[in-house]
Design a protein around this ligand. Structure first.
Ligand code: NAP
Length: 435
């Protein structure tokens, strides 16, 4: 028998469990740990609440979770309640599937002013992550600046622009919806330090900006390269740039009837966040792109803004006793191997890029390495050993069955048309499991 511990119950964790099942059938026992009492990580607290079809992938993880040889062990913080070394004593392989839940820093003056957030915090807020539930952003000003030209920046801009009616059918949490309803924002500036040919946004997500009820995207035609140059782009990026071209072709008259503009500001690198206590603006330097790199021109200007959300990428959580690559913001590894018996997968392995599906081959890849390394297992104790430890420490472990009770409660308290109203507080989640 092989015993595998997976830390993190997001996509990378569940695809790794699925791969372990495919590899060893009934000859493996997999425990999937999560610090929260609820599973699915990024699917629950990262994927935008109005992208329910993407969140639907959790049904596939549920099929894995419900099989006999896979177990969800929620509400256990590895590195605090139980150490990685203790898990390594009990399991043949410990796989860190912890994702990249922390914001990369802008490293700019003024970054700590009030109403300046990183996307992990801001997205966590509107998605009901217990760590960020009380963020309470102030949306009473007219202009928000969203830094970054990736899909997370698009998510944030779109969520800020939508009306309450447009959240029908979403699982945006009540505390966020209430604040968004009071929003006075009129201008959402999406700031990119490079140009239209260097965006990281994907076509489907960009296309959504054309269908917002009270907002429209704005692109300055002068920022776009000659159309012929698009031919050199890979097809996905070319489609995205086509969207930018159609935004640039929106007639000026259209904006007269549009309360909110989502303005793309290219060749604009943030230099400082301005304000005394709270953000009042952002100083930006014009850039030119040379050999793919943004070079400052020395010309600066200020965008008045009362909210700044930096969507510039994420890093992995450190775990005591595990080496960490500071610069890359993830665990140093060789194709998933960190140290003997210790592995990483998904964003914790390769950094925060790619789609949810990218984690599937990742999970299968790391299981292939584990199979090479552990043979038929070293006779470790696995889950029975963990259960003893949990009892001795009086850990309040949450099982998958407990989660299904929490989920039923969340579904029961959903507002009309919404799939669920999430609990945003760990104690409330524990209470909802009904024990
Ligand atoms: P991303 O795609 O890597 O984009 C990050 C953006 O931040 C880039 O435009 C980057 O510009 C910019 N940036 C980085 N450092 C900066 C700085 N110091 N100043 C100004 N700009 C800076 O990251 P992401 O948007 O966080 O997305 C992470 C992953 O999740 C991506 O693979 C994304 O596609 C995926 N995702 C997918 C969806 C979806 O499919 N619906 C939704 C959300 C996220 P440079 O290029 O110039 O570095």
């Amino acid at each position: 028998m092989r015993h595998i511990a997976i830390i993190g119950s997001g996509p990378a964790g569940y695809y790794t469990a699925e791969a372990a099942q495919k590899q060893w059938g009934d000859d493996v026992r997999v425990d999937i740990f999560d610090m929260l009492p609820v599973p699915y990580g990024l699917i629950r607290t990262g994927v935008a609440p109005d992208h329910q079809s993407i969140k639907g992938v959790s049904r596939r993880y549920e099929a894995t979770a419900l099989s006999e040889n896979v177990r969800f062990v929620g509400n256990v913080m590895i590195g605090k309640d139980v150490s990685v070394a203790e898990l390594q004593n009990l399991y043949d392989a410990v796989v860190l599937a912890t994702g990249a839940p922390h914001d990369r820093k802008l490293d700019l003056p003024g970054e700590n002013l009030a109403n300046v957030y990183g996307s992990a915090a801001f997205v966590g807020w509107y998605n009901g992550h217990p760590m960020f539930a009380d963020l309470d952003p102030d949306l009473s000003g007219q202009t928000a600046v969203v830094i970054g030209m990736g899909n997370v920046a698009l998510d944030v801009a779109r969520i800020l622009a939508k009306t309450s009616e447009e959240f029908a059918g979403s699982d945006i949490v009540a505390h966020a919806l209430n604040i968004l309803q009071t929003s006075k924002l009129r201008r959402i500036v999406v700031l990119g330090r490079r140009g239209p040919h260097q965006i990281m946004m994907t076509p489907k997500e960009l296309g959504e900006l054309m269908h917002l009820s009270r907002a429209a995207p704005r692109v300055d035609p002068a920022d776009l390269p000659e159309e012929g140059e698009d031919a050199l782009l890979e097809p996905g990026l070319r489609k995205s740039v086509n969207h930018l071209r159609s935004f640039a072709a929106i007639p000026e008259s259209h904006y007269a009837d549009t309360p909110i503009e989502i303005e793309f500001d290219f060749f604009a690198s943030p230099r400082a966040i301005l304000g005394t206590d709270k953000v009042e603006g952002i100083e930006v330097e014009r850039t030119v792109v040379e050999a793919g790199r943004a070079i400052g021109t020395g010309e600066t200007y200020t965008i008045p803004a009362s909210l700044v959300v930096a969507c510039i990428g994420y890093q992995t959580s450190r775990i005591p006793g595990v080496p960490f690559d500071e610069r890359a913001g993830r665990f140093p590894n060789d194709e998933g191997r960190i140290l003997p018996g210790l592995y990483c997968v998904g964003w914790a392995r390769r950094g925060p890029s790619g789609t949810i599906g990218t984690n599937r081959p990742d999970g299968f890849g790391v299981v292939a390495k584990i199979a090479e390394d552990i043979g038929s297992g070293a006779g470790k104790r696995g889950r029975s050993g963990f259960d003893e430890l949990a009892e001795a420490r009086a850990l309040k472990v949450v099982t998958f069955r407990d989660w299904k009770r929490i989920e039923a409660e969340e579904e029961a308290r959903a507002r009309d048309g919404a799939p669920r109203e999430k609990f945003v507080d760990v104690d409330a989640m524990i209470k909802a499991r009904g024990q």
